[in-house]
Design a protein around this ligand. Structure first.
Ligand SMILES: Nc1ncnc2c1ncn2[C@@H]1O[C@H](COP(=O)(O)OP(=O)(O)O)[C@@H](O)[C@H]1O
Ligand SMILES: Cc1ncc(COP(=O)(O)O)c(N)n1
Length: 265
């Protein structure tokens, strides 16, 4: 019997310092009242100063983890973050095909600290074979540029990129995050027949390690509760704004956000 407790799964890499990846996702799920599960794609050695090393889990062992999860208690929604290799993407695609639960893809490519987290050769597969399976995709500006092949500097460019995501790549919906542009922090949700733009003031801080992971995890948590994507996006935006505003100032580099800060519904 399906659990009454909402359950969300993250398929992502680990960050031992707790700011990004699986740990950020699980903290986000927990703080939204959602039971968290994880399947690890890569173990990274990283902290607020950068990524020191990466160990990719063999694709067969990712399969084993997902098999353990789905053969016992399936989650109500899932997200993916860092997926370094195409082989791992093949495995994830199979589970996404077999289980019709909302799937949020955060197409992680480069860490805030500038380290590459995906094989260059896997990007085509991610775009062509994984993104079309997602309920929504949450690229930041550099990721949206890489996936659409256009330069994004303005709102008109964001609209052009969204059209490529929906009409050419075939995604159901896309949330393009404007954190890397200048001015207010503006994010855009595009769905088939409508769009929604959410804006917040830009908080003057260097502590934005794990913002993308946290934002997409909150959206996934809300989808696990059967909320609409629009509601999930609104909650994600409020949550990440508070989390950045009240950063705990940890580490000697780009610190993590605060997963205790947002108190709203
Ligand atoms: N300095 C900031 N002030 C307020 N919101 C921010 C700031 N930087 C990023 N955000 C928000 O954090 C979320 C993640 O955005 P972004 O930094 O673009 O993604 P990523 O972490 O994947 O690079 C978005 O909702 C974005 O608007
Ligand atoms: C394991 C893992 N997953 C994702 C990110 C991206 O997060 P950010 O862009 O905030 O560095 C990261 N640094 N590490």
């Amino acid at each position: 019997m399906a659990s009454a407790l909402p359950i969300a799964l993250t398929i992502a890499g680990t960050d031992p310092s707790g700011g990004a990846g699986v740990l950020a996702d699980i903290k986000s799920f927990q703080s939204r009242g959602v039971y968290g599960m994880s399947a690890v794609t890569s173990l990274t050695a990283q902290n607020t100063l950068g990524v020191q090393d990466v160990f990719n889990v063999p694709a067969g062992f990712l399969d084993a983890q997902l098999g353990s999860i789905f053969s016992d208690e399936a989650p109500h929604a899932m997200k993916s973050g860092m997926i370094a290799t195409e082989e791992m993407m093949h495995v994830i695609r199979r589970y996404a095909d077999e289980h019709s639960i909302p799937f949020v893809i955060d197409p992680v490519m480069i860490s805030t600290s500038g380290h590459n987290l995906i094989d260059e050769g896997a990007i085509d597969y991610l775009r062509d074979s994984l993104l079309p399976l997602a309920a929504t995709v949450t690229p930041n500006i550099p990721e949206a540029e890489k996936l659409t092949g256009i330069t994004i500097e303005s709102e008109a460019d964001i609209e052009k990129a969204a059209k490529i995501f929906m009409d050419e790549i075939g995604v159901e919906s896309v949330i393009i995050k404007g954190g890397h542009l200048k001015g207010d922090a503006v994010d855009y949700l595009f769905q088939k027949d409508d769009s929604l733009k959410l804006s917040s003031e830009r908080i003057d801080t260097g502590h934005t390690h794990g913002t993308g992971c946290t934002f997409s995890a909150v959206i996934t948590a809300e989808l696990a509760k059967d909320r609409t994507l629009e509601d999930a996006f609104r909650t994600g935006k409020k949550y990440i704004t508070e989390a950045i505003r009240k950063t705990p100032e940890l580490g000697r580099g780009q610190g993590p956000v605060n997963h205790f800060a947002y108190k709203g519904e």
